[in-house]
Design a protein around this ligand. Structure first.
Ligand SMILES: [Zn+2]
Length: 187
């Protein structure tokens, strides 16, 4: 297929995928339709929450999607934002700067499990990826006060942090800024 013939990324490409499968496997058309509708509804939820057009969300998701829409659109990839602490990347960046200034290496994050306060600088100085500072407890690497905390936002218990919606409209669960109160277990 010539690139010019490809449907535009967004509603157009998603509905083209759905129609392709509905025609190819009419016996399961209901199933394909259900997933198509789910994706549209979820995109609408994100759009409403973030104050953007649904097409903008679909455009980002469809540009990111490089496999079957039926597998791509699911709760673990586009989790419901209902009842969650959600901010946009721009809001999060503004808040970080307000709290700690422009130097991101000095931004402080708090592990929600043990209360460890950590910065990207700590990770960098220890030769670790600085981005780990808001998803993994520093004590995993022998940094910070506690030595026995293995907390990560990649674990099964997705609580105790906040979701930052990145430019692809994907929510990333990260630790809260240290100077906010969101402790779940206490120190
Ligand atoms: Zn911890």
């Amino acid at each position: 297929m010539n690139k010019c013939d490809e449907p535009k990324k967004g509603y157009e490409s998603l509905s083209a995928s759905y129609r392709y499968w509905a025609e190819r496997e009419p016996g399961r058309a209901q199933e394909w339709k259900k997933k198509f509708d789910w994706a549209l509804e979820r995109a609408q939820q994100y759009a409403d929450r973030l104050g953007v057009d649904r097409e903008k969300v679909l455009e980002a998701w469809e540009s990111d999607r490089d496999y079957w829409y039926v597998n791509y659109y699911q709760e673990s990839n586009q989790p419901s934002l209902e009842g969650k602490n959600v901010v946009t990347l721009a809001e999060w960046e503004a808040e970080g700067e307000r709290l700690y200034g422009k130097e991101r290496l000095e931004w402080k994050f708090r592990c929600p499990a043990c209360g460890n306060v950590q910065t990207a600088r700590m990770f960098k100085d220890a030769g670790k990826d600085p981005h780990l500072c808001y998803i993994n407890c520093a004590s995993r690497y022998g940094l910070g006060g506690r030595k026995d905390c293995k907390w990560t936002t990649g674990g099964l218990l997705n609580i105790g942090g906040r979701y930052v919606i990145d430019k692809k409209f994907v929510p990333r669960l990260i630790f809260e800024f240290a100077d906010k109160e969101n402790m779940i277990y206490g120190v």
